[in-house]
Ligand binder design. Structure first.
Ligand code: S3P
Length: 164
């Protein structure tokens, strides 16, 4: 089985992947880390600055393709994975797509002061992106978990009960 976590930046995909991995004893991968490895750059910001978003999206597709045939894995995706349907086509092979649904307000609070995300620097643009992507996350999800008022532990426990 493969569990794919999707959701906007700051939805908690990484924290959920880490705890879920411990609880169900499955390894997890962070797509951004695999993208960085392929890019030979040190930060996501540098990929965006030096090569542009389009190059980042190409690398994201290449990583999704690499993950297509992997099993027994938790995948923490980047928030923009839904921008190219082909990513989901690759990732969902033998997998369950779980959307961590969080409000923009909550995300803004969580990402206050964060400079690591190139697409969250301009808050107005980020909100537009959020609105555009929300229906896409819902469309691709097999499972939707509202996370606004839940702790990471609660989210992981809900996920486990959905999956079992
Ligand atoms: C992005 C989200 C980021 C990262 C990159 C682009 C996006 O991942 O992949 O900055 O387009 O939403 P997180 O969702 O882990 O922040």
């Amino acid at each position: 089985m493969k569990i794919i976590l999707i959701g906007f930046m700051g939805a908690g995909k990484t924290s959920v992947a880490q705890l879920l991995s411990k609880k169900i004893n499955l390894p997890y991968v962070e797509m951004d880390d695999l993208i960085l490895k392929k890019s030979k750059k040190t930060t996501i910001n540098k990929i965006f600055e030096k090569d542009g978003e389009l190059r980042f999206r190409e690398l994201e597709i290449a990583v999704s393709k690499d993950l297509a045939n992997r099993e027994n894995l938790i995948v923490s995706t980047g928030g923009g994975v839904v921008m190219n349907k082909i990513n989901l086509d690759y990732l969902k092979k033998e997998g369950k797509i779980c959307y961590l649904k969080t409000s923009f307000l909550k995300i803004r609070q969580r990402l206050e002061g964060d400079c690591s995300r190139p697409l969250f620097k301009d808050k107005k643009q980020a909100k537009k992106l959020f609105k555009f992507r929300q229906p896409l996350y819902e469309k691709y999800a097999d499972i939707i978990i509202e996370t606004n008022s839940k702790s990471i532990t609660d989210v992981v426990n809900s996920l486990i009960s959905y999956l079992s």
